[in-house]
Design a protein around this ligand. Structure first.
Ligand SMILES: NC(=O)C[C@H](N)C(=O)O
Length: 331
C-alpha cells in the first residue's frame, strides 16, 4: 500500500458531487451536494491505484466559479505540487466551466506532476452515472508517471484531453468534452494509451506563475450576432474592463457599428481580442479586420471563454498588444 502513488483529490462541487431525487433524474438534480469523503468512500476501487487524500476546496456549481475561485484553487494546487509526498492531483469540478479552470491551471501552475480535472454529466444518483468511472480514470492518470509533463489534463468519457484544447461541446450527452485537435490519449481499465502531446507552452514552460499573481484584471466577453448593438461594448468600457474579447461571427468578423465602438475602447487603452463564436477553427491576423492598423489581438484557436482566461493571465505581465499577441500564439 505504501508503494502506491499519493494522489490528492481537491473537490470543488459540480454534478460529479450532485444528487437527484430519483435514479431517472439524469438532468434534473442539485449540483455540489456530496462531500469529498463520500465521493471517495463510494469508490473503493480507487485504493488499487493510489493512496488518496481528499480536500473540500469549494462546494459549488461551476457556472458560479469566479476569479477568486480560480486563484484560491491554483494556489492550493501549486502548494501541493511542491510537497514531496504528493505524486498527482485530481480536481473534481462542474463541467460548465471546467475547461476554463483546466486552462487557467495549465497556464499558472509550475509543476510537471500530473494534474487532472474531472467532472460528470450525470449525478451519482442517476442510472448509468458517468462520474465514478471518470473519477477512477482521473485518479489512475494522476497516479501514473507517464502523465507527467503533459500539461493539465481532463479525463472524461475514457479520453485524456489537454486542458488547453478541450471544451464542453454537447450539453446533454456523456461524451460532452471534445477538442478539435483530438484527445491526447485514452485511459482504459487503468492504463493510459497516448497518441500525441501538446506543443503549446504550459505549466513548467509557462512564463506565468500563480505564486506571483495576486489579482486578475477585469476581462469580459461580447457576443457577435445579426443586428448587434454596441450597448454591451460601451458598458464594459465604462465599467473599466482591461481587455474585451469579441466573440465574433465566422472568422472573427465584426459588425461595422461594433468596429467603431471597439476602436473607441482601444483608444482608451482597452485591449481588444478577436475570437469567434464558431466552436472550431481559428482566427487569423488581419483577415476580416485590419488588426495591425487597429492595434487589436487575435485569439488564435481559443474559444472566447478560454481567450478570457489567457488575456487575464497575460495582462498580469504584458504591457502592450504585441506582447499580448505573442502570448496568444505561444499558449
Ligand atoms: N455537469 C455539470 O457539472 C454541470 C453543472 N451545472 C456544473 O458545472 O457544476
Amino acid at each position: 500500500q505504501a508503494a502506491k502513488p499519493h494522489v490528492v483529490v481537491l473537490a470543488t462541487g459540480g454534478t460529479i458531487a450532485g444528487a437527484g431525487a430519483s435514479t431517472l433524474n439524469s438532468v434534473t438534480y442539485v449540483a455540489a451536494k456530496v462531500p469529498v469523503e463520500k465521493l471517495l468512500a463510494g469508490l473503493p476501487e480507487l485504493a488499487s491505484v493510489a493512496r488518496l487524500t481528499g480536500e473540500q476546496v469549494f462546494q459549488t456549481a461551476s457556472e458560479s466559479f469566479n476569479n477568486e475561485h480560480l486563484l484560491t484553487l491554483a494556489r492550493r494546487v501549486s502548494a501541493l505540487t511542491k510537497q514531496a509526498d504528493v505524486d498527482g492531483i485530481v480536481i473534481t469540478h462542474g463541467t460548465d466551466t471546467l475547461e476554463e479552470t483546466a486552462y487557467f491551471l495549465n497556464l499558472v501552475v509550475h509543476s510537471a506532476k500530473p494534474i487532472v480535472v474531472v467532472g460528470s454529466m450525470r449525478p451519482g444518483t442517476a442510472l448509468s452515472a458517468d462520474g465514478a468511472l471518470n473519477l477512477y480514470n482521473a485518479v489512475s492518470v494522476a497516479a501514473s508517471q507517464d502523465a507527467a509533463g503533459k500539461g493539465v489534463l481532463v479525463t472524461m468519457n475514457d479520453e485524456i484531453q489537454s486542458g488547453r484544447d478541450v471544451a464542453k461541446s454537447i450539453n446533454i450527452k456523456t461524451e460532452a468534452f471534445k477538442s478539435q485537435w483530438g484527445p491526447l490519449g485514452m485511459v482504459v481499465e487503468g492504463r493510459n494509451y497516448w497518441f500525441r502531446a501538446p506543443v503549446k507552452r504550459h505549466t513548467v514552460h509557462s512564463e506565468f506563475d500563480i505564486d506571483a499573481i495576486e489579482t486578475l484584471p477585469a476581462v469580459d466577453i461580447v457576443y457577435g450576432y445579426g443586428n448587434m448593438n454596441t450597448t454591451g461594448i460601451e458598458a464594459y468600457g465604462k465599467a473599466g474592463v482591461k481587455a474585451l474579447i469579441h466573440a465574433g461571427t465566422g472568422n472573427g468578423s465584426v459588425a461595422a457599428q461594433a468596429v467603431d465602438a471597439l476602436k473607441a475602447l482601444r483608444a482608451q487603452g482597452v485591449q481588444i481580442v478577436r475570437s469567434s463564436r464558431v466552436p472550431d477553427g481559428f482566427v487569423l491576423r488581419n483577415a476580416e479586420q485590419p488588426d495591425d492598423k487597429y492595434d487589436w489581438v487575435v485569439a488564435h484557436d481559443l474559444r472566447p471563454q478560454k481567450a478570457r482566461i489567457l488575456a487575464m493571465v497575460a495582462l498580469t505581465k504584458a504591457r502592450d498588444s504585441k506582447e499580448l499577441q505573442r502570448i496568444f500564439w505561444e499558449y
